[in-house]
Write a protein that binds this ligand. Sequence first.
Ligand code: ATP
Length: 289
Amino acid sequence: MKLTMKANAKLNLMLDILSTLPNGYHELFMVMQSVDLADEVTVALTDGDKITLTCSDPHLPTDERNLAYKAAVAFFEHFDLPQQGLSIHIEKHIPQAAGLAGGSADAAAVLRALFVLFQKTPDVRTIAALGAKIGSDVPFCALGGLMLAQHTGTLLSFLPALPIGTFVLVTPEHPVSTAAAYAAFDTAGRVRHPDRRGMLESILNGDADGVCARVNNVFEQFIDVPERVQIKAVMRAHGAKASCMSGSGPTVFGVFETDEAAQAAAEALKREFQNVFVCRAAEQGIEII
Ligand code: ATP
């Protein structure tokens, strides 16, 4: 038996850091949106008890360091099952260490596949609790759509879907370590916080323009991605309703009213950058293909 899943990337329409918790983690307020830029993750049951993992990207680990591998181990532990033979293959399309939660999406896809293959009820609470053991973005990736993520990112609230347009993503060749990004926050002085309440009210009122006006990521105040200025300028010149960094970067996304405007912006950006993607909001984090 085997299943292939689409593992959707995420964008942060808002990312605010409220405080540093006593355990060193950060208290977050994030409005997250799944988008249909996706990895394809195939999970097959095999004989024996070994987990083997292959990946189209030779730079990624294929052992227990891979989040998809960790997800399989966590699943068997959670349900107190003896480890079973699995082969996992990941076709990577989401750039890694890009602020798009690609690794978390792969882990979420493995979890979702195992719930189906082992006929476990896909209860939202169980999925969220299990995902949180693997990584703080995994619960969101396993559920997805438009959500508010609070505390360390694992405390989730469903938000009503709000089509705000077509997204263009640019990932400069400028990897950013998430740990270094938080360290930069910890040593920064004053932080300008975004309009969190206005963002939630705009979403609840179905006000796409209000949402676009409030798109914001506090990491832009601490993380220097030199290409960001140029990317945003090109996006603005093509009519972007908003442009912002996702996660701890370096990916910058723009929101466009129409597919045509998004395609025109993407063509212009492709003259300067290699990793440019056009995508749309997805209603779920993981889909069975
Ligand atoms: P975030 O949005 O949470 O900042 P990210 O997009 O920065 O996430 P990922 O692409 O998820 O980061 O990967 C970050 C690190 O996780 C990489 O350094 C990579 O080696 C490791 N990793 C482990 N498993 C995977 C995987 N399946 N895909 C991508 N990266 C993985």
